[in-house]
Design a protein around this ligand. Structure first.
Ligand SMILES: [Mn+2]
Length: 352
């Protein structure tokens, strides 16, 4: 395993580089790929101006919102028979690259840059960071190496961070906030980007949300919220799979719900089970029991079978996870902390 510095040297020394996104691409994987290409072009081509960098995305169609990220970027054109270096971005496992997996492993060297705790470290070298998003990881790497980060790259990285964190409400750390502050200070077009990603839902998505909410059921003393979307629902709403992204958040946003599930029937009749957790409930653990993965509070898995057969084992796993986190009323402590307790102990001290 090479050090971080050596991995970045590999990038500098490679003449032909291929960057790979994951299937069903989200903003984080697309923005990471484009930002990485630009970072390399702008910082690492002094001695090698004719560096070739190609981006590969296995996706039939990408919706307008995420598609804007790669609108003017050429993708899926193989300009080199055997790449010197293949880099995957935001892929927790090799299968996430879809049909381009073989091209990735055909490269002389492979590098995996990601932020999923469940990453399988499938490449020769693996940079798996504990960041909100792959974009946040790239920003940190660029800062460490003192690379020039153009406004354009900054816009891309910001897009990956805000979308992967559902507008800074999931998976964020103090570093995420510090980076966002730096980006705000640069006066990049934050308001326009927020509008683009969060106030731009299609009618199809609204109809799909309506369908999902009408299927909403509560279980385990209302700590589990379940929703379902059928193939017919997607067809009726004229929606694509991408339109389903984020709908599960409407379940986890409900008071008292600690696990939200959304089962989406896919074209091949398998199910995509999207999960969200809160109050320390780890849905990543549950997803990994079913061959999936993700993060502690944002996870998913594929299920090839009948939903009725999945129901019992899945609910059992959810209930076991809920038992680890008995319900606590936080209520006003959320705003006022433990001041009262501290005051009590202080007064006890003085009384004694
Ligand atoms: Mn990501």
């Amino acid at each position: 395993m090479r050090s971080l510095k050596q991995c970045l040297e590999d990038i500098a020394e490679s003449k032909n580089i291929a960057i790979f996104c994951h299937t069903m691409p989200d903003a984080d994987t697309l923005a990471s790929a484009v930002a990485l290409k630009k970072l390399i072009k702008q910082n690492l081509t002094q001695e090698m101006p004719d560096k070739q960098i190609d981006i590969f995305v296995d996706a039939d169609e990408i919706n307008e919102i995420n598609g804007a990220i790669i609108k003017n970027v050429e993708t899926n054109v193989q300009n080199c028979e055997k790449y010197d270096l293949a880099i995957s971005v935001d892929c927790a496992s090799a299968s996430r690259m879809g049909k381009y997996q073989d091209l990735f492993f055909n490269a002389k060297k492979t590098l995996n840059i990601d932020h999923h705790a469940t990453n399988t470290e499938f490449a020769d070298n693996n940079i798996v960071l504990k960041t909100s998003s792959t974009c946040e990881g790239l920003y940190i790497l660029a800062k460490i190496r003192k690379y020039t980060i153009s406004d354009e790259v900054c816009n891309l990285l910001y897009s990956g961070i805000i979308t992967d964190t559902n507008n800074l409400t999931q998976n964020v750390t103090i570093y995420t906030h510090k980076i966002i502050t730096e980006m705000v200070e640069r006066k990049i077009n934050i308001e326009a980007l927020n509008d683009h990603f969060f106030k731009n839902n299609t009618k199809s998505k609204a109809y799909l949300l309506q369908k999902a909410l009408s299927s909403l059921r509560f279980l385990s003393s209302d700590r589990i919220a379940i929703m379902k979307l059928t193939k017919q629902d997607l067809a009726n709403a004229d929606a694509s799979f991408e339109d389903t992204l984020g709908i599960v958040n409407h379940g986890i946003d409900i008071k008292g719900v600690d696990i939200a599930l959304l089962a989406i029937k896919q074209e091949d009749n398998s199910y995509y089970i999207s999960m969200r957790g809160k109050n320390n409930v780890n849905v990543g653990n549950i997803a990994s029991q079913f061959g999936g993965g993700g993060h502690d509070q944002v996870a998913a898995f594929h299920y090839d079978g009948n939903l009725t057969d999945l129901q019992q084992p899945l609910l059992k796993a959810c209930r076991e996870e809920l038992l680890k986190h008995p319900k606590e009323e936080i209520g006003e402590k959320l705003f006022f902390g433990d001041d009262e307790d501290q005051e009590n102990s202080a007064s006890n001290l003085f009384n004694e």
